[in-house]
Design a protein around this ligand. Structure first.
Ligand code: ZN
Length: 412
């Protein structure tokens, strides 16, 4: 369950004109073509065996070409869960299943474990509330302060698999996020190619690449989040549940699965970030939020109205205008001071009150930088990946190459 969808209802219309009408069938045909041509064998295996189930619900803005492309990360993420057959309990043999790649499904026996939300006893709230995916996948908390209003967190009302199934569930979720990044990396050549074929300006093209990078960074951030969660889980076990801790260490298939995901995911992150190094992150929906001061000044409120879709385009033109100051800087002002616009003054004042309130809760939320600045979030997560964390991770990893090539653990 990646929770990044539709989090702020401020969407700027993208100026791309594809002219194509989308429906479930045409999306399916489109995905089939892309995955066949650009996806590697394991992505093809996942897509073609899972696409018999309804999946278009995972597509954000299923009417917009690029959004359909970016949503492949969510679609493949969810399909990975399908491959691993997530159900509330393991089967009668108490075995977990992880699809790693073609002809390699690893069966992991369940050993003694505990629910992940016990980590709430160890991780200070100030830290856990600052990590976007903590509460949904670890903490089992219904609300993330004011953000419930902005992000559809836990809206399904179900407790995550990664909480109920402890480390076994955490690692499965880690695998699903890896798949999300893997598909973005596989389709990157397609994305660049179709961008080149468009009639848009070079600035617009760069912005589209910046949006692509935004989605890549979200998947990269998930790596660092889950690395923390799994290390914390192991630390907690070593301090409070020695039997479980020893069980994890004797569980070689579990350690193979984890090591494979960790290595492959990290390698993919390095490659992708290197490829996208010179592209500035851009996200049309939220980019302008980074430019605001959130001081409630008329300039700020007008700028917000100007860039967001809080009012319709027509209305907007009667409310605010962009002006160039003598020093060359840009400012935004309410144009209703003119007599003929008096009617709009009432509308503007009302709007201002509402927006000011929204600003306050938005900036008050700890996850503000997650929403607006994935690069800053990445730095934050890296800072918290201390030597102790990395030590815990490295200690748990095994050299799996032999195990996988000799097929001792891989099942078709
Ligand atoms: Zn998931």
């Amino acid at each position: 369950m990646p929770f990044l969808r539709g989090f702020v209802c401020i969407i700027l219309a993208i100026t791309f004109a594809y002219g194509q009408q989308w429906n479930n069938q045409s999306i399916h045909t489109f995905y089939q073509e892309i995955i066949s041509k650009y996806g590697n064998k394991e992505l093809q295996k996942i897509f073609f065996s899972q696409s018999q189930y309804p999946y278009t619900q995972w597509i954000n803005k299923p009417y917009h070409h690029n959004s359909i492309i970016f949503s492949l990360s969510t679609v493949l993420h969810e399909m990975q869960h399908g491959m691993d057959n997530i159900i509330e309990n393991t089967d009668s043999t108490n075995t977990y299943k992880y699809f790693l790649f073609e002809n390699c499904i690893i069966y992991v026996p369940q050993s003694r474990f505990f629910q992940t939300d016990l980590l709430n006893n160890m991780i200070p709230k100030s830290l856990s509330d600052s990590i976007f995916r903590f509460n949904i996948y670890v903490g089992n908390k219904n609300q993330i302060s004011d953000y419930k209003k902005y992000l559809r967190i836990n809206s399904g009302g179900t407790v995550s698999y990664s909480i109920h199934h402890g480390i076994f569930g955490l690692i499965e979720e880690f695998l699903a996020y890896y798949r999300g990044l893997q598909v973005l990396s596989n389709i990157y050549p397609y994305f660049k190619k179709q961008l080149q074929s468009l009639n848009s300006s070079s600035i617009e093209k760069k912005q589209e690449l910046g949006i692509f990078k935004y989605y890549v960074l979200q998947e990269c951030n998930a790596f660092y989040e889950f690395q923390l969660f799994i290390a914390w889980y192991l630390q907690y076990a070593s301090m409070n549940n020695k039997e479980a801790y020893q069980g994890f260490y004797s569980n070689i298939p579990l350690r193979i699965v984890f090591s494979y995901i960790h290595n492959s995911y990290k390698q993919l992150i390095d490659t992708m970030l290197y490829q996208l190094d010179t592209i500035p992150v851009y996200k049309t929906d939220i980019h302008f939020i980074r430019e605001l001061n959130f001081d409630g000044s008329d300039n700020d409120i007008c700028r917000y109205i100007y860039y967001s879709d809080v009012v319709s385009e027509n209305y907007k033109n009667n409310l605010v205008e962009k002006i160039i100051l003598t020093d060359g800087k840009t400012a935004w002002k309410f144009i209703g001071e003119r007599e003929e616009y008096l009617f709009f003054k009432k509308v503007y004042n009302k709007l201002k009150k509402i927006l000011f309130k929204n600003f306050k809760s938005l900036t008050g939320a700890k996850l503000f930088s997650f929403l607006t600045n994935p690069e800053e979030t990445l730095m934050f997560l890296k800072r918290h990946s201390t030597e102790l964390i990395l030590y815990e991770i490295d200690k748990f990893k095994v050299n799996y190459n032999d195990c996988l090539t000799k097929s001792k653990y891989c099942n078709p």
